[in-house]
Design a protein around this ligand. Structure first.
Ligand SMILES: CC(=O)N[C@H]1[C@@H](OP(=O)(O)OP(=O)(O)OC[C@H]2O[C@@H](n3ccc(=O)[nH]c3=O)[C@H](O)[C@@H]2O)O[C@H](CO)[C@@H](O)[C@@H]1O[C@H](C)C(=O)N[C@@H](C)C(=O)N[C@H](CCC(=O)O)C(=O)O
Ligand SMILES: Nc1ncnc2c1ncn2[C@@H]1O[C@H](COP(=O)(O)OP(=O)(O)OP(=O)(O)O)[C@@H](O)[C@H]1O
Ligand SMILES: N[C@H](CCC[C@H](N)C(=O)O)C(=O)O
Ligand SMILES: [Mg+2]
Length: 488
């Protein structure tokens, strides 16, 4: 049990009704999960207003209500606290509840449209190899040093974040790398955390369903850097159009990285192959297993971060060559007949373009490139025609298919994708609604030397149709197809 008064430290409170010097059990923002002696925080959500569940929470045992608007009828023996922003209050209370774990760990946040998981996961790998205990909060998984937990979000809610950080402190973790999504920033999931550093990867089109305009999306990302303390570093990709903008109002130490522009940390691509890339960092040649210029941006961010956190340059450059690509990010297998299949999580126009350009760069002869791709349902619809155009323009054959239609009609999503295909590319596209069949089709079309890109799902091991998730794994599916080819 904790004392409510201690947990309210630094929360911006408008009005209090009732006693604050009381013992409470835990912080809960979902009325369905409330138990005896809990604090219920009413959040104004995207689909429903948490204030509607205040009485339900009390009936289940909540003794404190944190809300933005007081209910008309207040119950006796219940403490009601009116705050300016319930999301922010929840985040600050979560930090207090767990004794501010972020202040006792070197916490680095990674934000940007693409590359967050890659950068955070590679930093985890690098610091592990350097001998430290490390934490990771990512889209793919959560790691408390070597103990793995399932990830539910890219950036979890503030109670979950602080609870993991608390476990990391108990496990002796010194560095934690976390992804900071735009939803996370907007919903104040990371408010009140003490960051040692922030990294900006890049900004391009995504989530224009949630954020109304690109400018709003960009400004939300910037808020993360605005909030960094003076003691932190703010590392930005200065080659990106918005790299400079992100750091405009930060109090943190500004540091830049780039491949093209003059920057504090700079790398150069020397040689590209399917097995890896040769780069030059400060006149030292380094071989990396990672593929694609975009990944060299990620690596440069990692090298800079490691140095900013005190690691020796030589040690960092040695470890770089040992880093493995992250699951579902440019993961490839080659069939016995010499067909290459690449599974990649490219689910934005920019990521898809980068991956296809990378493949086209590495291609040597007349081999054909088949791209299997879909777009998520109940997500940014304006990505659909753009991604279809890119896939058809940059491949020999694009096979449009389903990628988590969620509650939408899968055919409607495909129609919206097809609308983006230019007439000269019509002949290069087909649609196969069922993803399994689409992968099979790509496999049937392919001959020795050809390349199949399966984009959009990466590490995901499910397909969500009509709101129901069933097991589905792109890598497993293509392996099955390759095995069948073997039998023939
Ligand atoms: C769109 C979005 O971000 N939604 C998040 C949001 O839910 P919401 O606002 O829809 O919640 P709501 O259903 O309106 O409910 C409002 C409040 O009432 C409460 N409630 C609701 C019902 C009830 O019976 N009792 C009750 O108390 C809810 O707990 C909530 O506090 O707040 C919830 C609690 O924190 C999140 O779990 C939920 O994430 C949903 C599941 C989600 O899919 N989010 C995705 C879009 C997301 O956040 N993605 C980003 C990554 C994006 C990227 O790729 O960059 C991420 O960080 O994961
Ligand atoms: N620096 C980068 N610039 C552009 N594209 C990238 C970059 N890094 C990775 N990608 C592409 O974006 C895809 C997703 O990468 P990653 O999972 O690292 O991004 P993310 O920002 O974590 O995505 P999410 O928003 O879903 O969490 C990769 O599979 C690759 O195609
Ligand atoms: N973090 C992204 C993941 C998209 C992955 C794609 N497979 C889809 O389901 O749309 C989102 O929630 O928008
Ligand atoms: Mg991610």
């Amino acid at each position: 049990m904790k004392n409510l008064k201690d947990i309210l430290y630094k929360v911006s409170i408008n009005q209090v009704f009732g006693d604050t010097n009381i013992a409470i059990k835990s912080l809960v923002f979902d009325s369905r999960k409330v138990e005896e002696n809990d604090v219920f925080i009413a959040q104004k959500g995207v689909s429903v207003d948490g204030h509607l569940f205040i009485d339900k929470a009390i009936s289940l045992g909540a003794i404190v209500i944190i809300c933005e608007d007081f209910p008309a009828d207040k119950k006796e023996r219940i403490t009601y606290i009116q705050v300016a922003d319930a999301n922010e209050a929840l985040a600050i209370m979560s930090s207090n509840f767990y004794d501010n774990p972020s202040a006792n760990i070197q916490l680095v946040g990674v934000t940007g449209t693409n590359g967050k998981t890659t950068v955070a996961s590679l930093l985890y790998q690098l610091f592990k190899k350097a001998g430290y205990k490390v934490g990771l909060l990512s889209t793919v998984k959560v790691l408390v040093d070597e103990v793995e937990f399932k990830a539910t979000h890219t950036t979890p809610d503030s109670v979950t974040i602080n609870s993991y950080l608390d476990q990391m402190i108990d496990a002796g973790v010194e560095f934690c790398f976390m992804e900071v999504s735009s939803h996370g920033i907007h919903q104040k999931r990371t408010a009140g955390l003490t960051f040692s550093g922030g990294i900006f990867t890049n900004l391009s089109h995504d989530h224009l369903d949630y954020h109304e305009t690109f400018v709003e999306y960009r400004d939300v990302k910037k808020l993360f850097f605005d909030a960094l303390p003076k003691s932190a570093f703010a590392l930005t990709n200065i080659d990106d159009k918005n790299g400079d903008f992100m750091l405009q109002n930060t109090k943190a130490k500004k540091v830049t990285y780039a491949l093209k522009t003059l920057a504090d940390f700079k790398s150069k691509v020397l040689e590209k192959q399917l097995s890896g890339t040769l780069i030059s960092v400060d006149n030292t040649e380094v071989w990396t297993k990672l593929i694609g210029v975009f990944n060299i941006y990620n690596l440069t961010a990692i090298i800079a971060t490691a140095e900013l956190l005190g690691l020796e340059k030589l040690e960092v450059l040695t470890i770089i060559s040992e880093l493995e690509s992250v699951s579902g990010r440019f993961q490839y297998i080659i069939s016995e007949d010499g067909i290459t299949a690449i599974v990649d999580y490219a689910h934005t126009p920019d990521a898809l373009k980068n991956v296809l350009e990378t493949i086209n760069d590495i291609r040597t002869g007349n081999e054909k490139l088949y791209t299997v791709v879909g777009c998520g349902g109940d997500r940014d619809k304006t990505k659909r025609p753009k991604m279809a155009h890119i896939a058809s323009q940059l491949s020999n054959q694009a096979i449009f298919t389903s990628d988590n239609p969620r509650t939408e009609n899968p055919q409607t999503i495909l129609d919206e994708m097809e609308a983006g295909v230019s007439p000269e590319n019509y002949k290069k596209t087909i649609t196969v609604l069922d993803r399994k069949q689409a992968i099979k089709t790509a496999c049937k079309f392919s001959e020795t030397g050809d390349i199949i890109l399966i984009a959009g799902k990466g590490h995901e091991n499910y397909q969500e149709i009509d709101g129901i998730r069933t097991h589905f794994d792109d890598l497993e599916e293509i392996e099955k197809c390759f095995n069948q080819l073997k039998k023939k």
